[in-house]
Design a protein around this ligand. Structure first.
Ligand code: NAP
Length: 254
């Protein structure tokens, strides 16, 4: 049963505790959404995001949920249902780079870790969200936004085939779900950021890597988390009602 007294729309944002996910949670809150964010282990960052959403005047809930765990993901959506009583959008944002690893050193455990975080979690969250939002199952329809990367089409940085390939899978999943979920009133799109200033780049050189690559971007700079978040919030809401199956680059022309 809903404990939500407002008629606000509700979004689940995976990996909403830090970086791009936090900015998405805040962009949605500014547009009147309540948000349920998930995180892997950094509870303090998640708490900060919850407080920031509340300061923006909306309700927020943080749930620890490993994207590799179906049980965790089911618990995430159950907690969202219990607190808010509805779901209108899923942002499949959680992800990792997985560091640098040459194909000559391909390792099953490393590949599973990257694909669990970047791909498996997207599949399982999309499944839970579809059950909650499907107009054929008592839901009100909604939107799914998958966080891909320009690496899906460029191949990404050297020694990051694992990352590029995982984001290619996110693009394919997005296109596949447009067909399966349209009859359920659910729109599905993906956003493909380029170089965005977050701590994810600590996995491959941090600020030095960003400084080195910024001049290679046609707009000649790194992007901000807000520049990605505004596009994601647009794709979640009714103003993008005829967008379905779009892979939207937010990359400064890269
Ligand atoms: P970030 O700052 O490192 O934040 C990652 C978020 O994902 C955190 O909330 C983290 O939780 C969560 N997370 C990581 N692994 C997880 C797992 N196994 N299970 C559950 N949650 C997990 O990353 P970001 O730069 O904001 O990236 C967000 C998304 O955008 C990712 O999918 C990334 O691939 C994509 N992207 C980023 C860039 C870029 O330049 N930054 C470019 C293209 C695409 P904790 O806080 O608990 O660790």
């Amino acid at each position: 049963m809903s404990t939500n007294t407002s008629a606000a729309r509700v979004a689940v944002v995976t990996g909403g505790s830090r970086g791009i996910g936090r900015a998405i949670a805040l962009a949605l809150a500014r547009q009147g959404w309540d948000v349920c964010i998930s995180y892997a282990s950094n509870a303090a960052a998640a708490d900060e995001t919850v407080k920031a959403v509340q300061q923006a005047g909306r309700q927020a809930l943080a749930v620890q949920a490993d994207m590799a765990s179906h049980a965790d993901i089911q618990r995430l959506f159950a907690a969202c249902r219990k607190t808010f009583g509805r779901l209108d959008a899923l942002v499949n944002n959680a992800g990792v780079v997985g560091g640098l690893r040459s194909i000559f050193d391909a390792d099953p455990a490393h590949l599973r870790e990257v694909f669990d975080a970047n791909v498996l979690g997207c599949f399982l969250c999309a499944g839970e969200a579809a059950k909650a939002m499907s107009t054929q199952k008592g839901g009100q329809g909604g939107a799914i936004v998958n966080m891909s990367s320009v690496a899906a089409r460029t191949g990404g940085m050297p020694q990051e085939a694992h990352y590029a390939a995982s984001k290619g899978a996110v693009d394919s999943l997005t296109l596949a779900l447009t067909r399966e979920l349209a009859p359920h009133g659910i729109r599905v799109n993906a956003v493909r950021p380029g170089l965005i200033d977050t701590s994810i780049h600590e996995a491959h050189g941090g600020q030095a890597t960003l400084d080195k690559l910024a001049p290679t971007v046609p707009l000649a700079r790194v992007g901000t988390v807000d520049e990605v978040a505004e596009v994601v919030a647009f794709l979640c809401g009714p103003q993008s009602s005829y967008m379905h199956g779009a892979l939207v680059d937010v990359s400064g022309g890269r």
